[in-house]
Design a protein around this ligand. Structure first.
Ligand code: ADP
Length: 490
């Protein structure tokens, strides 16, 4: 079978460079297209509007005394040539103004034998309602222009606009304006050069910007990658630099937290191995010691010695069970079987398990409750909760050896409190005791046997039930562990 080819992912640098280059090239192409397709029409439209405006303004001021300077002003402002013709009954007389020769190659400045042309414009303007405009090839004027230097090159298009207006004397005046469209070519050439330079500059800028951007983003990531690799080799001292863009800082912060967590889990793991090996070794030593004595020394095969072996075996198996339980609970593989159960009976049964301790070792367990209360819970798991809490209370209670288990029910909620009068827990340890493997007393004291997982089991089970729980404690005064359940009424 052919192995499928895995596509190599692009680096951030290349991603950014390609995007930037794409963006700038897209813009340039848009500009080139705009220039090629729209420049002509936009330029002509602007010129048409200018010429129309100038033509109307001049026609409006036809009887104005300052017409001459007004025409000059319009011609200069809009780059036009202007000529005004008066149509008498039998002749055409030019009204002299300063509006001619305002650009090279004007087609109306040097008209000769142009009466027919003027008459045709007159008619066209009249037909058009007073204002007429056309875009024409300048070569059309060849017959009406003096032979001369200015007329030699008659290529390109121009706009002619004519306005027909009545003068004070009743005669009609034809205002003729002309503006070329040929500067368009030079404009286009200029724009071509500008766009060419712009293309080079934007490609250059996108190269520089993409290099700087990718450096800003990828170099902290590359550094982090190196450190993360070292982390994988379990060097938990590593700190990620919280510098650079916000997302990179957030990532560094998360990685730092993870590193701290990993470091503390690693410490706990080491501690647990030490604790567990100690806890496993002690009963195993007892079992092997008693077994050897019973084998080798006649008369030592007594039920009491047997009982020691049985007790130590039970202790071992409960330790192993605890470890299994907490792993199952935390990995989420533990399924719950919720049913209606008597919480009161569960407490009474658990307390009963301590009868031997109560009878032989002087412990006192007070059980306080009003009535039997039912809740919905996983019975086996709840038994573990009550057992672990009572067990801790007995383990850590004070010299009076007294533990109180109290069940208080309100209308909806029942609270179970397990109270001891022992050494208590310091404020800084209180939030930590629920963590797996956490033990307040790090020196191993045989009287208090524990792996630091009992409360972690309690917490996980109560969380799975959605119960409220907590602890209040004062050093030297004792502790009260409590949890609550909704009362099941039907
Ligand atoms: P352990 O098996 O060590 O008892 P737990 O998870 O049950 O583990 O408890 C964690 C730690 O919380 C214990 O090591 C102990 O220091 C503290 N602790 C638990 N219950 C009590 C209590 N009733 N009084 C004082 N300290 C307690």
């Amino acid at each position: 079978m052919k192995a499928s080819r895995v596509k190599k992912p692009l680096s951030i640098k290349l991603h950014i460079f390609i995007s930037m280059l794409g963006l700038s090239l897209g813009l340039i192409v848009a500009l080139w297209l705009a220039q090629s397709f729209f420049l002509n029409s936009i330029y002509s439209r602007i010129k048409e509007n200018d010429i129309k405006h100038a033509s109307h303004s001049i026609a409006y001021n036809i009887n104005n005394e300052a017409l001459d300077s007004f025409v000059e002003q319009m011609a200069v402002e809009y780059e036009l040539c202007v000529r005004i013709f008066e149509f008498d009954s039998d002749q055409i007389i030019e009204k002299e103004t300063e509006g001619t020769h305002f650009f090279y190659d004007c087609v109306i400045c040097n008209l000769t034998n142009a009466d027919s042309l003027l008459n045709s414009w007159y008619d066209a303007t009249k037909d058009a309602g007073g204002y007429y405009t056309e875009t024409v090839d300048r070569a059309n004027f060849r017959d009406f222009i003096y032979e001369g230097e200015e007329a030699s090159d008659l290529s390109g298009m121009c706009i002619i606009a004519t306005n027909l207006v009545e003068g004070e004397n009743g005669n009609m005046f034809l205002v003729v304006l002309n503006t070329p469209l040929h500067p368009l070519n030079s404009t286009r050439k200029t724009l071509d050069i500008v766009l060419g330079i712009l293309t080079l500059v934007t490609v250059g800028i996108s190269l520089v910007v993409s290099y700087l951007l990718s450096k800003m983003i990828s170099s902290p990531l590359e550094k982090m990658d190196k450190k993360a690799k070292a982390l994988a080799e379990s060097s938990y001292q590593i700190r990620f630099d919280e510098k650079g863009p916000k997302e990179v800082q957030d990532l560094a912060r998360t990685l730092n937290q993870t590193t701290e967590e990993l470091a503390s889990v690693e410490n706990l793991r080491k501690e647990l191995i030490a604790n567990i090996s100690h806890d496993l070794r002690t009963p195993l030593t007892m079992i092997s010691g008693y077994s050897e004595v019973m084998r080798d020394i006649p008369g030592e095969n007594t039920p009491e010695n047997m009982q020691v072996i049985i007790d130590e075996t039970a202790r071992l198996s409960s330790l192993v069970n605890d470890l299994l339980n907490v792993s199952k609970l935390q990995s989420g593989t533990q399924t719950m079987s919720i049913s209606k159960m008597s919480l009161t009976k569960c407490i009474i049964d658990t307390v009963k398990r301590y009868d031997t301790l109560v009878n032989h070792k002087g412990y006192k367990i007070n059980l306080v409750y009003d009535s039997e209360v039912f809740i919905e819970a996983d019975e086996t798991r709840l038994l573990q909760v009550v057992y672990n809490l009572i067990n801790n209370a007995i383990n850590y209670t004070g010299s009076d050896q007294t533990v109180t288990v109290k069940q208080e029910a309100t209308d909806d909620v029942v609270r179970v409190s397990i109270i001891d009068s022992g050494e208590g827990i310091s404020e800084e340890d209180l939030p930590l005791i629920w963590d797996r493997y956490y033990k307040v007393d790090k020196t191993h004291n045989r009287a208090v046997v524990g792996t630091g997982i009992g409360l972690s089991i309690v917490k996980n089970i109560l969380l799975l039930h959605g119960s409220r729980f907590g602890v209040s404690s004062e050093l030297g005064q004792g502790s009260t562990f409590w949890f609550e359940f909704k009362i099941c009424k039907d």
